[in-house]
Design a protein around this ligand. Structure first.
Ligand SMILES: Nc1ncnc2c1ncn2[C@@H]1O[C@H](COP(=O)(O)OP(=O)(O)OP(=O)(O)O)[C@@H](O)[C@H]1O
Length: 454
């Protein structure tokens, strides 16, 4: 190519890049340009005064309404900064090393970086993949991307349209510190479709639905199943006291739920009797549910709790004890049958089963598919993740087998699928300690003093 032509091509390239840069950064460029122009025309004291006034304005805004300041000013600025200083700067070298680019006839094709959004603990980067590329190609090199961009973890999420994906770069673990028990809400604020029981990784509240569903909590021993159960009981406590919710507790382990026995006995039922009492309780629930279903048939399709028909939550602390480990075959069969009736028909008539289990394997719990909502806390083996959350959940980032077994760091941490997104999200349940449970019992059964309640 003649030298003059090379020069011309490079000149045009530089011009195009400058225009693209100016258009992309129109706001900061205009502000800096405007201040510079003021400085030249009126002296440098004038832009300085503007900057000081802007600083004071930002300070007042931050003091008056911190969430909106963070959301509208800090996060967009952080996203711009990280786009320029982290992602755009290292985009080409990292993608080339990770094998995500293609070279054809001497020309390199590079996936495009569309947008960056920053959250409190992670960045989301929207990427336009190369034509013919699939998200799996990115999932396979997630570790390379994490190291390349200085993140602790990268998850690949579906994009806003075909051909695009979101890369979620986790900067630091926002759930590494235990969350103390949440305050007992006012009765008017309790929503059985969205009970606040902890926090999602992005800092938003973790809300659990009970109305119209059943919940399975799977986690190895010490994974923190108790904190999910107790945070849920705490969230419905005001409605229990008002007679609109009953909690029927089945406690084969005689540990976790026995703390709240007086509460369950007054505002529901409780059994830890391995000789048939627990199964009787399950069967009683199934019978009541059938009677309710008959009463409602043809009258109503949506359930609203009332004093006559309270919402009933049946909590089973260890499902496998009733369905697999119980030595009497007859009791196992009866428990399985009652659970199957409750989980298959109870949703629309105000029954919700919350089942906890340590072992997610199929042979231990055949009823797993009857629980529409499932929570995977720390699990022993990677194949259990898909057994709990459904096929492909682990590939989509639900690394429940890698949650720390140190209680302070990993207990109560897990993965769930929310209604709003197909991808599993990381959550942590608030920790309801023994004192919190005592306080709850005293609230519900005031005649017991705190000592007796324990
Ligand atoms: N959400 C939490 N945040 C911090 N620590 C927690 C949390 N949940 C539980 N822990 C700690 O982890 C320990 C084990 O929790 P828990 O007994 O709830 O586990 P589990 O899954 O019910 O175990 P198991 O099946 O053996 O009964 C608790 O004693 C507590 O110290």
């Amino acid at each position: 190519m003649p030298e003059g032509l090379v020069l011309l091509v490079n000149l045009v390239r530089a011009l195009v890049r400058t225009v693209v840069f100016l258009v992309r950064n129109i706001v900061p460029v205009t502000v800096v340009g405007g201040l510079g122009w003021l400085g030249v025309r009126c002296g440098w004291a004038v832009p300085l005064v503007f900057l000081v006034l802007a600083g004071i304005g930002a300070g007042v805004w931050a003091a008056a309404d911190r969430p909106s300041f963070v959301c509208c000013a800090v996060r967009p600025a952080q996203a711009r900064w990280r786009l320029a200083m982290v992602y755009r700067r290292d985009w080409q070298p990292v993608l080339v090393t990770a094998g995500l680019t293609k070279t054809h006839k001497g020309r390199e094709y590079l996936p495009s970086l569309v947008r960056v959004r920053c959250g409190p603990a992670s960045d989301r980067v929207l990427v336009r993949m190369l034509k013919g590329q699939a998200p799996d190609a990115w999932e396979r090199v997630a570790v390379n991307l994490a190291h390349g961009f200085g993140a602790t973890l990268v998850r690949v999420r579906e994009g806003d349209r075909p051909g695009r994906i979101w890369l979620e770069f986790v900067r630091h673990d926002a759930l590494a510190v235990p969350i103390p028990a949440l305050p007992v809400p006012d009765a008017a604020d309790v929503d059985l479709s969205a009970l606040e029981i902890g926090r999602v990784e992005d800092g938003s509240p973790w809300r659990l639905r009970l109305l119209g569903t059943h919940v399975l909590i799977a986690g190895a021993t010490g994974a923190g199943k108790g904190s999910v159960i107790w945070s849920t009981v705490r969230a419905v406590l005001p409605l229990m006291l008002a007679g609109l919710v009953e909690v029927w507790a089945i406690d084969p382990k005689r540990m976790e739920l026995s703390f709240g026995r007086p509460l369950f006995e007054r505002y529901g039922r409780y059994s830890d009797d391995p000789k048939g009492g627990m199964v009787d309780l399950l069967e009683a629930a199934a019978r009541d549910m059938n009677a309710r279903a008959e009463q409602f048939a043809g009258v109503t399709r949506s359930f609203t709790p009332s004093l006559e028909h309270p919402f009933r939550v049946v909590v089973v602390d260890e499902l496998a004890f009733l369905t697999a480990y119980c030595p009497q075959r007859d009791l196992r069969k009866r428990a399985e049958a009652a659970l199957a009736v409750l989980t298959s028909q109870g949703r629309s008539v105000g029954y919700c089963v919350i089942g906890a289990q340590q072992d997610a394997r199929k042979e231990v719990n055949n009823l797993r598919n009857l629980f529409p909502d499932r929570i995977a806390l720390r699990l022993d083996e990677d194949e259990q993740v898909d057994m709990v959350l459904g096929d492909g959940a682990r590939d989509r980032g639900a690394l429940a087998d890698q949650i720390s077994s140190v209680p302070h760091i990993g207990a109560g941490v897990g993965f769930v699928r929310l209604e709003t997104t197909p991808d599993p999200v990381r959550v942590r349940a608030a920790y309801v300690g023994d004192d919190d449970i005592r306080t709850m019992v005293t609230l519900g059964v005031p005649e017991l003093d705190a000592g007796e309640a324990a």
